[in-house]
Design a binder for this molecule. Structure first.
Ligand SMILES: Cc1cn([C@H]2C[C@H](O)[C@@H](COP(=O)(O)OP(=O)(O)O[C@H]3O[C@H](CO)[C@@H](O)[C@H](O)[C@H]3O)O2)c(=O)[nH]c1=O
Length: 332
C-alpha cells in the first residue's frame, strides 16, 4: 500500500483529499497544523471509519524536524499546507513568506533527503495575476499582484528547481478557485451563501466585475490524485481549472437563483482590494491536465457550476450556526 504524507490535511481541500485517499486505499499520514486550541481542523468532522485509517501528526511545516519525522516511511507527499487568504497577506507578508516559502523548502529538503518517490506541490492560479491572454495556459507570465501570490510564485519556483537541481520528482499542480463544502467562509462563494442563509437580501461584496474559473472541490481532488496515481507531470506545472469563466456578480446572482431569492449587491469598502492588487480575470486552459494527467472536470460549464453550487449550498445551509455567525465575518 502506498503511504502518502498530506500536509494541510485539516484544511478545506486537504480534508477532502484525506477522505478520498482513504477511499482509494492509500495509507494516509495527515500532517495538520498544530494550534493551542487542540483542533485538527476539518479532520475533526470526518466519519470515524475514515479517521480510523488516518495517522495524524500535529506540527508545523516551518519546523523541519517534525516534518521529517512525519515524512519517514512515506512514498509520496501531497503538499497543501499554506497561508491562503489574500487580504491577510497585505497585513502580514512575513508570515506568508515563512509558511509558504520556508515551509515548502522544508518539505522539499525532507523529501530529497528521504528519497520520497513523488512530491505534488500545490500552486494557485493567483500566480498568473490578471490574465494577459485567455484561456490561461501554463506558459502565461507570472505576476505577483499580492504578497500571497508572490510567496506562491517563490514556492513554485523552488519546487521546480529541486526537480532540476537534484532530480527530486516534483509535480506542481495549479488549482484555480476551488469551492465546495468546508471552504472557509472568508472566500467569495461561502460569503454569498452565508449572507443569504442568514436572511439578508442586500449582499455585501467587494467588486462584482472580476472573473474567476470556479472548480468544484471533488474535481480539484481528482486532479491531485490523477497526478499522484499516474506519477505524472514530473518537472511540470499543470493547471487544474474548470475552463469556464464567470464574474463575481453573475456568480452571486446564480447562487441567489439556486437559493430561490432575489438579492441586491451592495459594495462593502472593507472587502475591496487595492486596485492594482485585485486579479481582474482568471480563466483556465485545462488542456495540459487532460493530456498529461488524463483529468477533466466533472463539474465543468455553467451546468457543472450549478450542480457544484447546489451541493455547496446544501452543505452550508445545514451548518446553521456557521452560516449565521460567519455572515458578518471577513478576513482583514
Ligand atoms: C471574499 C470576497 C471576495 N470578493 C471578490 C474578490 C475576488 O475578486 C473574488 C474571489 O475572492 P476569493 O474567494 O477571496 O478568492 P481569490 O481572491 O480568487 O483567491 C482564492 O483562490 C485562489 C486560487 O485562485 C487561492 O489561491 C486563494 O487562496 C483563494 O483565496 O471575489 C468580493 O467581492 N467580496 C468578498 O467578500
Amino acid at each position: 500500500m502506498q503511504k502518502v504524507l498530506l500536509t494541510g490535511a485539516g484544511g478545506f481541500i486537504g480534508s477532502h483529499l484525506a477522505e478520498e485517499l482513504v477511499r482509494r486505499q492509500f495509507g494516509v499520514r495527515a500532517f495538520v497544523h498544530y494550534n493551542s486550541m487542540g483542533s485538527y481542523g476539518w479532520l475533526d468532522t470526518l466519519p470515524a471509519d475514515v479517521l480510523d485509517k488516518i495517522d495524524v501528526f500535529a506540527g508545523n511545516v516551518c519546523d523541519p524536524n517534525g516534518l521529517r519525522t512525519a515524512m519517514k516511511g512515506c512514498d509520496a507527499v501531497l503538499h497543501l499546507a499554506a497561508l491562503i487568504a489574500i487580504p491577510y497577506s497585505y497585513h502580514s507578508p512575513d508570515t506568508y513568506l515563512d509558511t509558504n516559502i520556508r515551509g515548502t523548502l522544508n518539505v522539499l529538503q525532507a523529501a530529497r533527503d528521504l528519497d520520497v518517490g513523488h512530491v505534488v506541490h500545490t500552486s494557485t492560479s493567483e500566480v498568473y495575476g490578471t490574465a494577459q491572454f485567455v484561456p490561461i495556459t501554463e506558459e502565461h507570465p507570472l505576476q505577483g499582484q499580492s504578497p500571497y501570490s508572490a510567496t506562491k510564485i517563490g514556492a513554485d519556483q523552488i519546487a521546480l528547481s529541486f526537480e532540476k537541481s537534484f532530480g527530486t520528482p516534483v509535480t506542481v499542480v495549479r488549482p484555480f478557485n476551488t469551492y465546495g463544502p468546508r471552504q472557509s467562509t472568508r472566500a467569495v462563494i461561502p460569503t454569498i451563501i452565508t449572507q443569504i442563509a442568514a436572511g439578508r437580501r442586500r449582499i455585501k461584496l467587494g467588486s462584482v466585475h472580476p472573473t474567476r474559473d470556479f472548480n468544484y472541490v471533488g474535481d480539484t481532488v481528482g486532479g491531485f490524485l490523477a497526478a499522484l496515481e499516474k506519477r505524472a507531470g514530473i518537472g511540470e506545472v499543470v493547471n487544474i481549472g474548470s475552463g469556464f469563466e464567470i464574474s463575481i456578480g453573475d456568480t452571486a446572482q446564480l447562487i441567489a437563483g439556486l437559493m430561490g431569492v432575489e438579492i441586491e449587491i451592495e459594495q462593502d469598502d472593507v472587502r475591496v482590494r487595492p486596485d492594482r492588487s485585485e486579479v481582474e480575470r482568471l480563466w483556465a486552459s485545462n488542456a495540459k491536465a487532460q493530456k498529461l494527467l488524463g483529468w477533466s472536470p466533472r463539474f465543468g460549464g455553467v451546468d457543472g457550476l450549478r450542480k457544484g453550487l447546489e451541493q455547496t449550498i446544501a452543505w452550508f445551509t445545514k451548518q446553521e450556526n456557521l452560516s449565521r455567525y460567519r455572515a458578518n465575518a471577513y478576513t482583514l
